[in-house]
Structures are given as structure tokens and as C-alpha cells.
Design a protein around this ligand. Structure first.
Ligand SMILES: Nc1nc2c(ncn2[C@@H]2O[C@H](COP(=O)(O)OP(=O)(O)OP(=O)(O)O)[C@@H](O)[C@H]2O)c(=O)[nH]1
Ligand SMILES: [Mg+2]
Length: 384
């Protein structure tokens, strides 16, 4: 039987102390709160009960006792979550849906893996394995640490250049192990979002200013890292690096209190992971940036299609099986998906909610979240 679940890996690249562990805990903890469980169109469930308890405990420690997690050392953990849509109307519609659950794998690893050498063979293997998984994701976030930026106020270039150089060196030093027999990767994050973590520490910086800071102070290093990444991937024209920007904050940290409800941008993580590839791939295909075969492959990835189908299904044309989905993916259709925005998007969303069509409601909600993120100036999506 064909799997009804799609797996999506979240690739968060961040140095030690940049906020990765706090982020995954805050992201997951928020989904376990009563009001989220009641209001959301889907549930987020850790596949392992032990991982569920661990993340939840870390979250509660922050929320109730202002306790931060220890630095991650020596090994990585891959948290697997299922995004389960609340029950769809009847079993017939259920069968027609391309998926019921999206599985999300979130790798948390020691940020020092970028900066220092590992302690032995097991850790070395773990590091290569983790980076391989990260480089198999669709979307990557590259964390710029708001605290470090603040510490370098007035000379941000020092921090930014060092950060980008350390990622570049880290990736280059592992390149031989990451590319088996030197074969370029086909499955690779083709969208790299620059993300400001701990953005609560820089309350006056909007996403445009964050973007400008990076370009102004570290353009050369961005170019260099872009070139190195392009050297990992097949058809490197289809690669957006440093064109999308987002502000993130997992909580507000005071001396004796951590306000976990004051989050910024974490609600955009799922929408970005789900929707950006669809929109970007569609645009690349239209621009004929990617040769037909690979373009088709990228676009026909099951989850991307599922998204397209869900959005178009609103017009009463929800396609049944994957085979039929494939034949529908003509440029016109892609165009329609990409054009769904603003009022039209809101209409389609309300209609889906009213019909209790949770899949369509979720995906249109994702689109709306991204639009709202742009309005709030915490998200900037590439115009290319
Ligand atoms: N103000 C603020 N501080 C944060 C935020 N997230 C994390 N921090 C602080 O940064 C520290 C480090 O965060 P971690 O999540 O442990 O960092 P990490 O990326 O997992 O670091 P390694 O495990 O060493 O790779 C935390 O103990 C907090 O003090 C945030 O959103 N806002
Ligand atoms: Mg950590």
C-alpha cells in the first residue's frame, strides 16, 4: 500500500548557542497547549512517547521554572512528529486525499559540530549522518544569532562574516563524506532562508532591516557560501540562497522568567516548509531555469503535488489518485496555484473551514500565515 504519509525534514543550521534546542522545544510545547489542541486544524504528535515527554518537559521547564536546556553535546537527536489533520468528513473524501499526515523530522544536534572537531568515530559518523539528512531537506534555515548580533553592535560584519565562513568551512570539510563517490545531490534544500533567532532581543529590527544588514555587511561571504552549496547540488541554478528572510524568537527571556507565549515566527516554520518549495519550483519551471526532466521531478514530488491538489480541489476538482494528479500538473495548473493569494485565498480558506475540509483548510491557512508574516514584516519572500 502506498504510504499515506509524507516526510519532510526540517533543516536548521545554527552554531552552538544559537537557539536550536530551545526552538524545537518551544515549537513542540506550544502545540501541546490546550488552546492549540482545541483550535488548530491539525495535531502535532511526536511519534515516540519518550521524545514527546522529553520535549514537553524542556518546554515546561522554561515556562514554569525559567530553566533553559543544556547545550547539546556529542550526539544528535532526530525528533519525528506527525502532523495529523483533524478528522476529515467521511471515509470517501478521506481516500481521495493525497495524505492524512505529514511527517516532520527535526534534527537537533550540537552546534559545535560546525566549529570544532568531534570526539571520536561514533560522533564523526553521527555528524555525517545528521548533515546528510539535513542536506536532504527541501528547505533550510540558517540561523543568525540575535544575541551575537547585539554583542557586535556597530561591527556586525565581524560576527556575520565569521558565521558564514564557519558554515562554509564546515560543509567543505565534510564534502567528501557527504557526497558519495562525488555524485552531486539531487535532493537538496533548494531554498535557504536566513533566519534571525532571538529576534526578541532586537525588537526594532524588521525583516527588511535584517536583510539589508546581511547584504550590506556580508555579501561576499554570502556569495562564497552560495557557491559552495551550489557545488553540492545538481542543476544548481534551481537554488535560492539568501533570498528569503525571517525573524524568529522562541520565547522572551527575562532574568527570572521565560515567556514562552511570546513567540515570533515559529508559526511560520510549517507553512514555509510546506509551501515555499511549491511556489519556488513552480516559478523555476516557468522561467525554464530547470531542465524539463528535473523540473518535472521536483514539481511532481508527491507532497508538492498534494499541496497543489489540495488547493485546486477547492474548485470541486479534487483529483483522486496520484496518477491522475501527475497528468494534471501542467503549467496552467501551477500558475493557478501560484496565483492563489489575497482575498481569493481567504475565500477558499473560509469555504474549506465551513466544509470541514481540513486538508484544504490547513494548506490555505499555511498560505495565509505566510502572507500575514509578510504584513507583519517578519517574513520576506524572494521575488525572483
Ligand atoms: N532572548 C532569547 N534567547 C534565546 C532564545 N532561544 C534561545 N535563547 C538563549 O540561547 C541559549 C542557547 O539556546 P539553545 O537552544 O540551547 O542553543 P543551541 O543552538 O541548541 O546550542 P547547542 O546545543 O550548543 O548547539 C538559551 O539557553 C537561551 O538563553 C530566544 O528566542 N530568545
Ligand atoms: Mg542544543
Amino acid at each position: 500500500m502506498q504510504s499515506r504519509e509524507q516526510e519532510q525534514h526540517i533543516a536548521v543550521f545554527g552554531e552552538s548557542g544559537s537557539g536550536k534546542t530551545v526552538m524545537v522545544s518551544s515549537f513542540y510545547g506550544a502545540t501541546q497547549e490546550q488552546h492549540y489542541l482545541q483550535k488548530s486544524l491539525f495535531d502535532v504528535v511526536a511519534d515516540s512517547a519518550e521524545q514527546h515527554r522529553q520535549l514537553h518537559q524542556t518546554y515546561l521547564g522554561m515556562k514554569n521554572s525559567a530553566q533553559v536546556p543544556d547545550a547539546t553535546r556529542f550526539s544528535s537527536t532526530s525528533y519525528t512528529f506527525s502532523i495529523k489533520l483533524k478528522d476529515t468528513v467521511d471515509s470517501k473524501t478521506r481516500m481521495a486525499k493525497p495524505f492524512d499526515a505529514l511527517r516532520l523530522v527535526w534534527h537537533d544536534y550540537p552546534g559545535e559540530w560546525f566549529e570544532q572537531d568531534v570526539s571520536g568515530a561514533t560522533e564523526a559518523q553521527d555528524r555525517v549522518g545528521t548533515f546528510k539528512s539535513l542536506l536532504g531537506s527541501d528547505v533550510a534555515l540558517l540561523l543568525v544569532d540575535g544575541q551575537r548580533l547585539l554583542d557586535h553592535s556597530g561591527e556586525e560584519e565581524k560576527y556575520l562574516k565569521a558565521l558564514l565562513t564557519s558554515f562554509r568551512r564546515g560543509l567543505l570539510s565534510l564534502k567528501g563524506q557527504l557526497l558519495e563517490d562525488g555524485t552531486l545531490l539531487r535532493k537538496f534544500p533548494r531554498i535557504w532562508i536566513m533566519a534571525l533567532s532571538k529576534s526578541d532581543l532586537l525588537p526594532n529590527l524588521n525583516v527588511y532591516e535584517f536583510r539589508d544588514l546581511l547584504i550590506e555587511k556580508a555579501r561576499d561571504e554570502i556569495d562564497q557560501l552560495h557557491r559552495v552549496l551550489a557545488g553540492f547540488v545538481e542543476v544548481s541554478e534551481a537554488l535560492s540562497f539568501g533570498e528569503d528572510f525571517v525573524l524568529l524568537s522562541s520565547a522572551k527571556f527575562d532574568a527570572d522568567k521565560i515567556e514562552v507565549t511570546e513567540r515570533v515566527g515559529l508559526e511560520l516554520i510549517l507553512p514555509m516548509a510546506a509551501m515555499l518549495p511549491l511556489q519556488r519550483h513552480a516559478r523555476w519551471a516557468q522561467l525554464k531555469l530547470i531542465p524539463g526532466k528535473l523540473g518535472a521531478q521536483l514539481l511532481t514530488k508527491a507532497k508538492t503535488l498534494a499541496m497543489a491538489a489540495a488547493l485546486l480541489g477547492e474548485k470541486g476538482r479534487l483529483p483522486g489518485r496520484m496518477g491522475r494528479l501527475l497528468s494534471r500538473l501542467d503549467p496552467d495548473l501551477v500558475d493557478q496555484v501560484a496565483k492563489l493569494a489575497g482575498d481569493k485565498l481567504r475565500d477558499v480558506n473560509s469555504e474549506a473551514v465551513a466544509k470541514r475540509d481540513y486538508l484544504a483548510a490547513t494548506l490555505t491557512r499555511f498560505q495565509l500565515d505566510l502572507e500575514e508574516g509578510e504584513e507583519k514584516q517578519i517574513l520576506f519572500r524572494s521575488r525572483r
